[in-house]
Design a protein around this ligand. Structure first.
Ligand code: AMP
Ligand code: MG
Length: 319
C-alpha cells in the first residue's frame, strides 16, 4: 500500500493529526529543516512504529521535538550552557543532547537506551501547532526510508513512505533544507555531533569558544555509529532456550514457564522493539548474574533488535 496524499495544514487536519498521534499513529510534518516522521515520543509502541516505517536496521536515537522552551525542563536536565543556546537559537535548527531528566516521560526506545535525549524546537508554524495540539513531545527522524535522502517537500515523503504513515501534512518546501545541527552538551566539553542549520561559529559566539568536533575528538559518538548505547552491566547470552541458574530469561513468543519477562508473547517484533530497552534495564537491576535472551527472528525490526543485542552481548573492553 502507498502513503496517503499530502494534505494542507488546517484547523481540521491538525485536529485529526493530533488524534492520530494521541492514538499512537504516525504523522509526517514539515519543519524548517526537513520533513519529519512524527510519533508520540512518550509511547514505546509509537516509537517502534517509526523505526518500522523507516526500515531502519538499527535503533538510532531520535530527536524529540517540543513546542516551547519551557517544556524541555521536564524532559532533559537544562544547565546554563543549554539555557543560553536555547534562548539564542530556539525555535530553530539546533538539537541539544542533554542528560535525561529523572522522571522524563520520553520512551527509552526513542533515545536508543541512552541516558541522554536529543531535543529541539522547530521553527515552523505547522510543526509547533501539531506538537501543541498533540499535547506531547514528538519523536521525529527525517521522513524517508533508511538510507534515502531527507525529504524537503511533502511529495518526497509520499514517494518513499507507505501506509504506515497515517497522514502527511503539507507545509510547502522546507526553508533550511538541511538537518539540524546536533550539539552534545551531556559532558563537560560541548561536542558537535552533526553540522547543520546553525554554524559552529554561531555556537562559538554563545559558548565562548568553538565546540569540539566529533570526528576529531570523539569518534565514539559520531551520529549514526553510536557504540555507547546502553549495555546492561551483567553479561548477555543470546539464542537461549532456558535460563541457567542465576540468569534471567528474556523471552520472545510462546515462552517456557521460567521466563522472567517476555518481549512479545505474540511473537511480534514491533512489540518486542517497544519493550526492549525498558526490559533490559529492569532485568539489569533485578539481581541476576546474566540475561539470557531467546532467539529473535531476523526480519523487520528483528534486525535492529538483534543488532542491539549482539552489541550488548559482545565482549566488553577492559574497564
Ligand atoms: P535524524 O533521525 O535523521 O533526525 O537524525 C538524528 C541525529 O541525532 C542522529 O545523527 C543521531 O545520532 C543524533 N542523536 C539523537 N539523539 C542522540 C543522543 N541522545 N545522543 C547522541 N546523538 C543523538
Ligand atoms: Mg535522517
Amino acid at each position: 500500500m502507498t502513503a496517503p496524499h499530502p494534505v494542507p495544514a488546517t484547523p481540521q487536519t491538525l485536529a485529526e493529526a493530533g488524534r492520530i498521534l494521541a492514538a499512537g499513529g504516525l504523522v509526517a510534518f514539515p519543519t524548517e529543516t526537513v520533513y519529519g516522521l512524527g510519533g508520540d515520543a512518550t509511547a514505546d509502541r509509537a516509537v517502534a512504529a517509526i523505526f518500522a516505517a523507516k526500515g531502519r536496521p538499527r535503533f538510532n536515537p531520535l530527536i524529540v521535538h517540543l513546542a516551547e522552551v519551557a517544556e524541555a525542563e521536564a524532559i532533559v536536565v537544562m544547565e546554563a550552557r543549554a539555557r543560553a543556546l536555547a534562548a539564542r537559537f530556539w525555535p530553530g535548527p539546533l538539537t541539544l543532547v542533554l542528560p535525561r531528566a529523572p522522571h522524563s516521560p520520553v520512551s527509552l526506545l526513542a533515545s536508543a537506551g541512552l541516558d541522554t535525549i536529543a531535543v529541539r524546537i522547530p521553527d515552523h508554524g505547522v510543526a509547533r501547532a501539531l506538537i501543541k495540539i498533540a499535547g506531547r513531545p514528538l519523536a521525529a527522524p527525517s521522513a524517508n526510508t533508511s538510507g534515502r535522502v531527507s525529504p524537503t517537500r511533502a511529495e518526497h515523503v509520499a514517494a518513499c513512505l507507505d501506509e504506515r504513515v497515517a497522514m502527511i501534512l503539507d507545509g510547502g518546501p522546507c526553508r533550511v533544507g538541511v538537518e539540524s545541527t546536533v550539539l552534545d552538551l551531556s559532558g563537560p566539553t560541548p561536542v558537535l555531533l552533526r553540522p547543520g542549520g546553525i554554524t559552529a561559529e554561531a555556537l562559538a559566539a554563545v559558548l565562548g569558544g568553538p565546540p569540539a568536533l566529533a570526528a576529531a575528538g570523539a569518534p565514539l559518538k559520531a551520529p549514526g555509529m553510536l557504540e555507547s548505547h546502553y549495555a546492561p552491566s551483567v553479561p548477555v547470552r543470546l539464542g537461549a532456550c532456558s535460563p541457567r541458574p542465576g540468569e534471567a530469561l528474556l523471552a520472545f513468543g510462546p515462552a517456557p514457564a521460567d521466563a522472567t519477562l517476555n518481549l512479545s508473547p505474540a511473537g511480534d517484533v514491533e512489540e518486542a522493539a517497544a519493550n526492549l530497552f525498558a526490559m533490559l534495564r529492569s532485568l539489569d537491576h533485578g539481581g541476576f548474574t546474566a540475561i539470557a535472551v531467546m532467539p529473535i527472528p531476523e526480519h523487520g525490526l528483528g534486525l535492529a533488535i538483534n543488532d542491539r543485542l549482539r552489541r550488548a552481548a559482545a565482549p566488553r573492553p577492559a574497564p
